[in-house]
Design a binder for this molecule. Structure first.
Ligand code: MGD
Ligand code: MGD
Ligand code: SF4
Ligand code: MO
Length: 740
């Protein structure tokens, strides 16, 4: 039956008169889609499309990528540098030299008076890799502060920490092609259809060719959970209990991969003892998943010829974030599911270049997965940059989530914020505002002048955005792709790369270290540093020495490792890096064995109680990106959710007399927020979910307890109470907030 298809008119896409298509890569999420931007006769951008020849997205884009070209001229963009003496004064326009001189002088003045570490730098996962590498040179090699970190502490820090503890190194071992080979797919706290729509599309394509079980662990009935074969609505923060219990079943029923465990892991005996405390009949009362389901899922996972796990913020943003990652790795190690097609432990990365910052920014160490704690690593980088190794600290400084408390106590007096908006994205907004008032000097470097962080700044550096610049990103599956330069910088904004280079000239060591003018020369430095062996004598995995911009564009992205010796694939003529890590079962540890790590559960979350009876969960929706500095300005994204809102269960609302689309006030132990109510069965009776995209909303309420290893906040666990409010007053407040 054709349902009248024969009579249907073909869809026609209006011609946009594209004269030329320019290659680039999406700058929102970590999927890493290749985009072509269409220019007309006058070199004006008229449209975008997905690159059909790119392996990642094969012609597809999501709503954000499709409309990304509207960013270049969006309202609120920074047009010129700005300066002021006090954060409550009016800004005055400045030249770049004036703004850079003033900032460099302030940095030196603060450091002279209070010590080198009293000036902190917080960057992002959203710059280009060459920019991260250059900022690392500047922060570690010239300014010399140890309090230098990125917003990845809010995002991927737990994945990094868990990978390092299990495998001896960061780096996701799997890839999207694993979907084509797996026999069981388990997702922990990851909502692919909304947050990584094109990864989801790849998964769906694989599922349409060959059915395999899709198991989703999420307290909320997300879009991915709606498509799942088995949905486990877990009690927030207890994934480790579920995984320990699955391992109990696997080990006690003899379903583990003994050969793999013996040959490639260490620590099995201790793990085997630990999981005995997590029999399903006991664990069910902690994690909220009944014992039969735990047994069923454990058996499906262990019996599958290849099984894979993915996770995102449901795991990372927890006080058990790093442990959760290590435990997912445990599950995959004991079932022999690392480094084989369809068998892997794949963290789905967040921001477009969260991987690039992990690899090359020097935030948590030195470039190329090197450690400050390791003398040979310090020496090697000091020699390469041409400075004294004694200039480097011997251990890592504060993470972003410890930098703000150090501002509060006066230990840190100056701050440089690059491409992040902690006024909206950090937990407990009131505390962040108070801390920022304490600063002697704040410089904000952002694409947008109206970014909330700018309210407290003394200097503002307007940055160029996305394809106004050139450089690389690394995506979730370790694929390095190029953002090619399509347009000149907007007004007097400058690429971040240029800004860092100019700042370096104002410091003593900036004259010793080479700061090349062209991003590709910085890329060549990274290539040189990526070769050879690490401190344990293992071949470096983060090897990009075979890549060049030309090759990357030709291949539409290349996965690392891609060594100098690697050429074209003989059969296909393609340029391909290695799709998977640890295929030989050799890890980056001293013994080359992976560590099985005992993860015991302790319950330290703020939980619902009499006064605050609802779990507060937060996350994202498809049409918005983060703090909405970008998608809030694009009409066709913003129109879907222009207002702060929360998902609430209809039965819970009925009990409190709360109507659909009315305003309510939420109160936590930190503060309050007014939101619009959306009634939905997606959340259970004792939980609400709020997208964190809006300023003065969910992060006024969040507690954000920190993970002991990664220092990542538990954004997703806290508690609130809900009250009705005067609807007219709330509506007025809401209009004021929707200023753009
Ligand atoms: N449209 C869009 N896409 C994005 C982004 C965006 O802002 N907008 N941001 C990008 C970035 S930086 C990131 S980090 C990713 C985030 O991508 P995701 O992690 O997929 O997104 P979130 O909505 O933050 O959280 C995912 C889920 O975690 C669940 N969760 C909460 N608590 C728990 C728990 O205790 N256990 C488990 N198992 N699950 C739990 C929540 O219910 C939520 O559905 O998205 C990236 N992609
Ligand atoms: N409650 C709650 N809070 C959360 C989360 C949650 O799930 N719940 N998720 C957390 C996570 S995973 C993340 S990643 C963070 C994100 O938090 P943020 O990093 O604060 O979010 P963004 O809005 O992406 O901020 C990036 C800023 O960089 C600017 N920008 C974009 N491109 C460029 C560029 O090329 N150069 C410069 N200089 N600036 C640029 C943008 O305009 C924007 O102001 O939020 C965290 N906060
Ligand atoms: S899936 Fe991510 S990378 Fe791809 S177009 Fe959408 S936002 Fe961009
Ligand atoms: Mo993130």
């Amino acid at each position: 039956m054709l349902f009248g298809r024969k009579n249907r008119k073909p869809i026609s896409i209006p011609s946009k008169k594209v004269k030329e298509w320019k290659y680039t890569t999406c700058n929102y999420c970590s999927t890493g889609c290749s985009i072509e931007i269409g220019l007309d006769d006058n070199k004006k951008i008229v449209t975008s499309r997905g690159h059909a020849g790119a392996d990642v997205n094969r012609g597809k884009l999501c709503i954000k990528g499709l409309l990304e070209h509207e960013l270049f001229e969006s309202p609120g963009r920074g047009t010129q540098p700005l300066l002021r003496d006090k954060h409550y004064d009016e800004f005055k326009p400045a030249t770049w030299d004036q703004a850079l001189d003033k900032t460099a002088d302030k940095i030196k003045e603060i450091q002279d008076k209070y010590g080198r570490d009293s000036f902190a730098i917080v960057s992002s996962g959203q710059l280009l890799t060459e920019e991260f590498y250059t900022l690392g040179k500047l922060a570690r090699g010239c300014i010399g502060t140890n309090n230098y970190d990125g917003n990845t502490t809010l995002c991927m820090a737990s994945a990094v920490s868990g990978y390092k503890r299990s495998f001896g190194s960061d780096g996701p071992p799997g890839c999207y092609d694993d979907f084509e080979h797996t026999h069981c797919f388990m997702a922990f706290g990851s909502n692919l259809p909304e947050q990584h729509p094109i990864i989801y599309w790849r998964l769906k394509e694989a599922l349409e060719k060959r059915k395999f079980p899709l198991i989703v662990v999420d307290p909320r009935v997300t879009m991915l959970a709606q498509f799942a074969d088995i949905h486990l609505p877990i009690t927030p923060g207890t994934d480790c209990v579920l995984i320990n219990s699955m391992m109990y079943v696997i080990i006690n029923e003899g379903l583990q991969d003994k050969k793999y465990i013996d040959a490639h892991t260490q620590g099995y005996d201790e793990l085997q003892v630990l999981v005995q405390d997590y029999a399903p009949e006991v664990a069910q009362h902690q994690c909220g998943i009944d014992e039969d389901t735990i047994r069923n899922v454990a058996r499906i996972y262990a019996k599958a010829p290849a099984a894979m796990s993915i996770w995102t913020m449901g795991i990372n943003q927890s006080t058990h974030g790093s442990d959760g990652v290590a435990n997912i790795n445990n599950l995959n190690l004991i079932t022999g599911n690392i480094g084989k097609p369809g068998g892997t432990s794949l963290s789905i990365t967040g921001q477009c270049n969260a991987m690039g910052t992990r690899e090359w920014s020097s935030c948590s160490g030195l470039p190329g997965y090197r450690y400050l704690e390791n003398a040979a690593d310090r020496q090697e980088i000091a020699d390469f940059w041409g400075i004294d190794p004694e200039f480097f600290p011997k251990k890592r400084g504060l993470a972003e989530t410890d930098i703000f408390p150090a501002i509060e106590t006066g230990e840190i007096k100056g701050l440089w914020i690059v491409a992040t908006n902690p006024m909206t994205s950090m937990p407990n907004t009131a505390r962040i505002r108070k801390a920022l008032e304490n600063l002697d000097f704040l410089v904000v470097q952002d694409v947008y002048e109206d970014v909330e962080m700018n309210q407290y700044s003394h200097a503002f550096f307007p940055a160029s955005v996305w394809a106004e610049k050139q450089g690389c990103h690394t995506n979730t599956e370790r694929r390095v792709n190029l953002i090619d330069n399509v347009l000149p910088p907007y007004k007097d904004s400058k690429p971040d790369f240029w800004i860092f280079n100019q700042m370096a000239k104002r410091f003593e060591n900036g004259k010793k270290i080479k700061f090349p003018d062209k991003p590709e020369e910085a890329f060549n430095e990274m290539k040189a540093l990526s070769k050879g062996k690490n401190a344990y004598g293992n071949e470096r995995i983060l090897d990009i020495s075979g890549m060049s911009y030309e090759k990357i564009i030709k291949a539409r992205g290349i996965q690392w490792p891609y060594r100098e010796s690697e050429g074209e694939d003989n059969e296909t003529g393609e340029l391909k890096g290695e799709a998977r890590l640890y295929t030989d079962g050799k890890f980056q540890t001293k013994s080359q064995r992976a560590n099985l790590i005992c993860v015991d559960f302790y319950d330290n979350n703020e939980k619902p109680c009499k006064d605050y009876p609802f779990w507060l969960n937060s996350g994202r929706v498809v049409e918005h990106f983060h703090t909405r500095t970008r998608t809030g300005k694009i009409g066709n994204c913003n129109k879907f959710s222009p207002t702060p809102y929360m998902e609430m269960n209809p039965d819970a609302a009925a009990e409190l007399g709360i109507a659909h689309q009315s305003y309510v006030r939420l109160t936590s132990r930190r503060g309050d927020a007014v939101v619009l109510v959306q009634l939905t069965q997606r959340v259970s009776r004792n939980m609400v979910f709020i997208p964190f995209h809006f300023h003065d909303c969910v992060n006024r309420l969040t507690l954000g307890l920190l993970d002991p290893y990664s220092r990542q906040p538990a954004f997703k666990q806290g508690s609130v109470r809900i009250e009705t409010v005067d609807q007219d007053e709330a509506a007025r407040l809401n209009v004021e907030r929707r200023a753009y």
